[in-house]
Unconditional design. Structure first.
Lengths: 352, 513
């Protein structure tokens, strides 16, 4: 029993250290700006509160990107409708809390239910279509949803192109007054998702998914019902994206319709690409890089930030095809050799 | 046997046309005619984009998501040439001189082969050259005099310029002199920039022991480019005055040609520099073209600004006096009317007659090239199996570049021709790309007739939906009039695509498995 527990800690060393570091960030910045532990705890430190908000956005993006990485990076299903999972959850949360005034746990149940429905909707087309056609069909379905959200018929529910605003957030995770709590919840959700995903990819089911990515007909020839595996992945991915969507809806004051369009799927794709396709941890790294670079470029360059971001993106595609994490993994062996060589100059040579 | 194989597509097609027929029964002949013509118009602009997209996808296996951006750039370039020819004349030498250095690629390759430095040194020197060249370009280009518009000053913004042209006011031609930088310095500097970048790139990707052909034939492109740019530079004032004095019909024709050529140039540039290194990694091409489209939209936003404006029609299509709206062809040709009366309805000549004709001409033209010419034969064979064609000793790579450039040119042509009826905005490319994608998915991704059929269907269904948004659909057995809102128009074509793909995963005319 104890052995199993230590195994768990050693296996997930990286992400747990990441969680600890992230948990200390608000307090350390609190120390630097001069506010006490008490003030940070009660959400009164200004810089730490700002960093928390940035962190929350990054975590939400990372969860969303993780779900895309499972679908696209691990299983090889290129979907252009992924933002629909996210946006449906966000909008449903907003509508359920604002118009229907459901209690929060019922909202969560509703979201879980719809995420399953959506995944099944996407999987209806799975056995029939492959490759580019799947991409097109998902694009079509998601665009229909985007159009519905944007249409003026739904203005009372979704707020059309202005976005859904004035949604009452449950008091215990109100991002304004309880931001530290929200930060921790988002962080824990990200870490739990990451660990679960890592476990999934390492499991026999996950290995079959990788096999589907590499060569689907071969996997089918080996006797696997590939469609069932794809549906499983779609279900998991849709559920995770919905979690991110709920967090987004609770955190943002306005749910804008841009989260439903193709551009938001591309954001996930971009994050996965920057981090490294199919690496899982790449999604978290990518979300950090993406959000921070976007924030700082926007701050110092204004509107041309998107242009610079686009150029960075193209450079990544051309010169860093495996992404940050992927490249590091490829180079890890070489780096180890290099360190050994450097150390050998310093350390006294062992007698042979 | 053949019928059985094609039963499904035929049934789907029959279903769609039955639907359209039922839809048409509730309309006046007048409305029906106009709606159908509008459908043809939308369809033909969509087709211009979809045809290139489908050829590129078929031959190169690249889903070029930047195709909508090329369409948009075509429209904006056309607008620039049409509304501000002086800007066009000013900017030409700049671009041509920048191209001139690259046309000497063979020389740089040969030079880099003669160098006997270590590989690391060569790479470092290459990068240093490129960086110095970029710095030099950043110094020269902002100081180069280009007459243009001001985005923050409303009186000089593209919107008010378009409005002035629409009203028939002549824009004042602006002549700028070299002030911050003297002309010879700028020219030599630009040549230096392009040569250095080209040489640097040749050093970076140096390949040893190649055969180098330095025959005089290879210099021709360079000489033509330099002569052309000197021509534009020295005759700047004369050319500007000439273009400003031209009739707007001729100017529009020039704008269309230049826009299409700019599309061809951009396409060739994109293919050779960005897409070629990625042929072995298909998914990255997709992402690259996606990034290119973002960059393109942002560039357009920086150069031409966010607000929407229109490209006014040439005088050939906007006469109002005399017997307008024309009731017969003689009147139409005499007064160049904007509209013509058919069956008691007003039909706009440019949008609803000229555009479909252009669409059909392009359809037939490209089809003839594909079917009858040698290059078309190579393209068709390449769509079937490009590695086999390469094995037969044909330089497929060159055909790839050609097809990509051609497709981009078609998209740009669609952009500039569609601009007078659809207007120019930074979102136009994305919207049209979506339409084209639907059209292709419906018609079959790699099939050329499929592109035409799909575009036509998408155009017709969109226009019928818009029309029914105005008059309402009587739902059978009830008295309710259902009026589709404008938002449902794109949704209807999306649904069409999803339904067709579910029944026929390869589209209507795609190869069925």
């Amino acid at each position: 029993m104890e052995n199993k527990a230590t195994n768990f800690f050693t296996r997930n060393k990286g992400i747990l250290i990441f969680m600890l570091v992230m948990l200390t960030v608000p307090f350390i910045t609190g120390l630097i700006e001069g506010s006490t532990f008490e003030q940070v705890w009660t959400n009164k430190g200004s810089i730490s509160k700002f960093l928390e908000s940035l962190g929350i956005e990054i975590f939400i993006l990372a969860i969303f990107a993780l779900s895309y990485d499972l679908l696209f990076g691990v299983t090889g299903l290129l979907s252009y409708g992924h933002s629909m999972f996210f946006a449906v959850a966000a909008y449903l949360t907003g509508i359920a809390l604002k118009t229907l005034m459901l209690p929060f746990w019922q909202v969560l149940l509703l979201i879980a239910f719809t995420s399953v429905i959506q995944a099944l909707l996407f999987s209806v087309v799975l056995p029939r279509v492959k490759g580019v056609t799947f991409t097109m069909v998902t694009l079509g379905l998601a665009s229909v949803f985007h159009i519905i959200v944007m249409s003026s018929d739904m203005i009372n529910l979704t707020g059309a192109d202005v976005g859904l605003q004035g949604m009452p957030t449950p008091a215990f995770i109100d991002p304004a007054s309880q931001r530290l709590r929200f930060f921790v919840i988002a962080l824990v959700l990200l870490v739990v998702t990451f660990i679960a995903y890592k476990r999934f990819v390492a499991s026999p089911t996950g290995r079959v998914c990788v096999a589907i990515r590499e060569n689907e007909s071969r996997a089918r020839m080996l006797g696997y019902n590939t469609t069932a595996f794809k549906v499983t992945v779609l279900l998991i991915s849709s559920f995770t994206a919905s979690v991110a969507g709920v967090l987004h809806a609770l955190y943002q004051p306005i749910i804008s319709p841009t989260i439903a369009d193709l551009g938001y799927t591309f954001t996930a794709l971009l994050i996965v690409l920057i981090g490294g396709i199919g690496t899982l941890s790449g999604s978290i790294v990518g979300a950090f890089v993406m959000k921070l670079s976007d924030y700082f470029l926007r701050r110092y360059l204004g509107d041309s930030a998107i242009l610079i971001n686009g150029i960075i993106y193209v450079i990544f595609v051309l010169f860093v095809p495996y992404g940050i994490v992927g490249t590091l993994r490829v180079r890890r062996l070489r780096t180890k050799e290099g360190w050994k060589q450097i150390l050998s100059w310093v350390l006294p040579k062992k007698a042979e | 046997m053949k019928l059985k194989k094609n039963l499904r597509p035929a049934a789907v097609l029959a279903g769609i046309f039955l639907f359209l027929f039922v839809a048409a029964r509730g309309m006046d002949p007048k409305d029906l005619l106009i709606t159908t013509l509008r459908g043809f118009s939308t369809g033909s602009v969509t087709f211009l984009v979809a045809a290139g997209f489908s050829l590129i996808f078929g031959l190169l296996d690249v889903l070029n998501l930047a195709h909508g951006t090329l369409y948009m750039i075509g429209a904006y370039v056309g607008w620039t040439v049409y509304v501000r020819p002086d800007t066009f004349v000013d900017i030409m030498p700049l671009i041509l001189f920048l191209m001139a250095g690259f046309s000497l690629r063979f020389l740089w390759d040969a030079l880099s082969d003669r160098l006997n430095w270590s590989p690391t040194t060569i790479k470092i020197v290459g990068w240093v050259l490129v960086i110095i060249a970029i710095a030099l370009a950043l110094f020269i280009v902002p100081r180069y005099p280009i007459a243009g518009w001001a985005l923050d000053d409303y009186a000089q913004s593209p919107t008010s310029y378009s409005f002035m042209v629409e009203q028939g006011t002549r824009l004042p031609a602006i002549h700028l002199d070299f002030e911050e930088i003297s002309a010879p310095v700028a020219v030599i500097g630009l040549l230096l920039v392009s040569s250095m970048v080209s040489f640097g790139l040749a050093l970076i990707r140096k390949q040893a022991n190649q055969q180098h052909d330095l025959s005089p034939k290879k210099w021709i492109t360079f000489i033509i480019l330099v002569v052309l740019s000197l021509f534009f530079l020295l005759l700047n004032t004369t050319l500007t005055n000439f273009l400003f004095s031209l009739n707007s019909n001729w100017l529009f024709l020039i704008a269309v040609i230049i826009a299409a050529l700019s599309g061809v140039g951009l396409g060739a540039l994109m293919e050779t520099t960005l897409i070629q290194p990625l042929y072995s990694r298909p998914i990255y091409q997709l992402m690259l073209t996606l990034g290119m489209s973002t960059i393109g939209v942002q560039l357009v936003r920086v150069i031409w600004g966010m607000p929407e404006f229109v490209l006014s029609k040439p005088t050939l299509f906007r006469g109002t006096g005399g017997a307008c709206p024309a009731s017969n062809l003689a009147d139409l040709f005499e007064y160049n009317c904007t509209t013509i009366m058919v069956l008691g309805g007003r039909v706009r000549v440019y949008d609803e007659i000229f555009l479909p004709i252009v669409g059909i001409v392009v359809l037939v033209g490209v089809w003839l090239v594909l079917k009858k010419s040698r290059i078309g034969m190579v393209i068709r064979a390449g769509v079937q199996d490009s590695s086999m064609v390469e094995t037969l000793g044909i330089n497929v790579r060159r055909v790839f570049t050609l097809v990509f450039a051609l497709g981009a040119g078609l998209a740009a042509l669609g952009g500039v021709l569609g601009a007078p009826s659809n207007g120019l905005s930074t979102g136009m490319g994305e919207k049209l790309l979506l339409n084209a994608l639907i059209a292709l998915a419906v018609g079959g991704l790699t099939s050329y007739p499929g592109a035409a059929l799909g575009s036509l269907l998408v155009g017709l269904i969109q226009q019928f939906m818009i029309k029914y948004g105005q008059i309402g659909i009587p739902i059978p057995f009830t008295d309710i009039l259902f009026k589709p809102t404008p938002a449902i128009v794109p949704a209807s074509t999306m649904l069409l695509m999803v339904i067709v793909l579910l029944i026929l995963p390869n589209g209507l005319l795609g190869k069925q498995e």
